[in-house]
Design a protein around this ligand. Structure first.
Ligand code: SF4
Ligand code: SF4
Length: 95
């Protein structure tokens, strides 16, 4: 049976260098106030990483634009979420 990772690998992604379409508003909130850090386990593209010191790093390359991180961060409202500019972002392969 085909794995999710193999399906994701079929997508293509055009990076808008230096202009991430999602940003963490306040890194201190992630590190000190958000104990469960749900974005680090809910993102299907693993864009969020929980570091050893409690910081959270976000790399939007490969983002599927699903909106999960924006919803899951509802308690802190710490995700500044936009769609990528036209011509950038994920290109889904169907079929
Ligand atoms: S859920 Fe929000 S506040 Fe918590 S670690 Fe993720 S981005 Fe930061
Ligand atoms: S929109 Fe979806 S794929 Fe993109 S960073 Fe958020 S959770 Fe991950």
């Amino acid at each position: 049976m085909i794995k999710v990772e193999e399906k994701l690998f079929q997508n293509r992604y055009r990076v808008d260098a230096g202009r991430p379409h999602i940003e963490i508003r306040n890194a201190d909130i992630c590190q000190h106030s958000c104990t469960s850090k749900p974005c680090t386990v809910c993102c299907p593209a693993a864009c969020y990483t929980r570091e050893g010191d409690g910081r959270v790093t976000l790399i939007t390359d490969g983002c599927l634009e699903c909106g999960t991180c924006r919803i899951i961060c509802n308690e802190h409202g710490n995700v500044d979420w936009h769609y990528p500019r036209g011509g950038y972002g994920v290109l889904f392969k169907f079929g």
